[in-house]
Write a protein that binds this ligand. Sequence first.
Ligand code: IPE
Ligand code: IPE
Ligand code: MG
Length: 239
Amino acid sequence: MLPPGVDPDRIPAHIACVMDGNGRWATARGLKRTDGHAAGETALFDTVEGALDLGLRWLTVYAFSTENWRRPAEEVRYLMGFNERLLLTRRDELNDKDVRVRFIGRRDWRVPKRVQRHIDATEALTEGNKGMTLTFAFNYGGRAEVVDAVQALVREGTAADKLTEKAIRSRLYAPDMPDPDVVVRTSGEHRISNFLLWEMAYSELIFTEVLWPDFRREHLFEAVREFQRRERRFGGVEA
Ligand code: IPE
Ligand code: IPE
Ligand code: MG
C-alpha cells in the first residue's frame, strides 16, 4: 500500500540522501556528537523501510565523505566502527528483505582492513538480491570519483577523443546505477558537499530542515510528493 498522495506511476527510480545534522541533533540535547551518529541508525532503517514501501529500486546514502577525514580522530574512529557495526548487525535483515547492499568510494589505506572485509562480505552476501539496491557512499567524493574514472581510462590507453561522457560514466564506481532523480539533504544546509557530482546533473534537489536523526519514512514520502509536483525538462521545453 502506497502512502496517500503518492502517484504510483511516477515513483522515482533512485533517491539519494545526504544524511546531515547528526552533530547538531546531539549538541542540542547536551549529548556527544557521536551520539547523534548513533541516533542516525533508526533514521536510516526507517528510511529503508519507507523506500521498500514505495517500491524504490535504488536508495543511496552519504555515510562518509573524502573530506570527513578532517574531523577529530576520535570522531573518525567512531564513524568507522559505527559503519562496521551497522553492517554486522543489519546485513542479515537487509538480505532477508532482498536488499542488495553496495559501497561506492575510495578503498584506500585509511579505511581499516576489518571494515573493508565486512564491506566485501556484505556485498558478496547480498549481491544476488533483486529488490532494492542500497548504496553507501563511504569514503566517497564526487571529484575523486571522476578523477578515478578518467585515470582508469587513461591507464587503459584510451585516446583523447574517446574520453567521452559515455566512457567516463562507464568507469564510475557503480556504472549500472541510474542517476538519482531526487537528492534529499537534511539539516537545512543548502549545499552538495561533493556528493554524486557527475550523477546529479539533472537531479531534483530537496532540502529539509529536519536533522537526520529525526528523519523518518514520512519525510521520504513527502520528498517523493514534492518530486512529483515538479516539472523536469532536461534542457528542453514544456511538453
Ligand atoms: C552527518 O552529520 C554525518 C556525517 C557527516 C558522517 P554531521 O556529523 O555532519 O552533523 P552536523 O552537520 O555537524 O550537525
Ligand atoms: C556531508 O556532510 C557528508 C555526509 C553526510 C557523509 P558534511 O557535514 O560533512 O558536509 P559539510 O561539511 O557541512 O559541507
Ligand atoms: Mg554536517
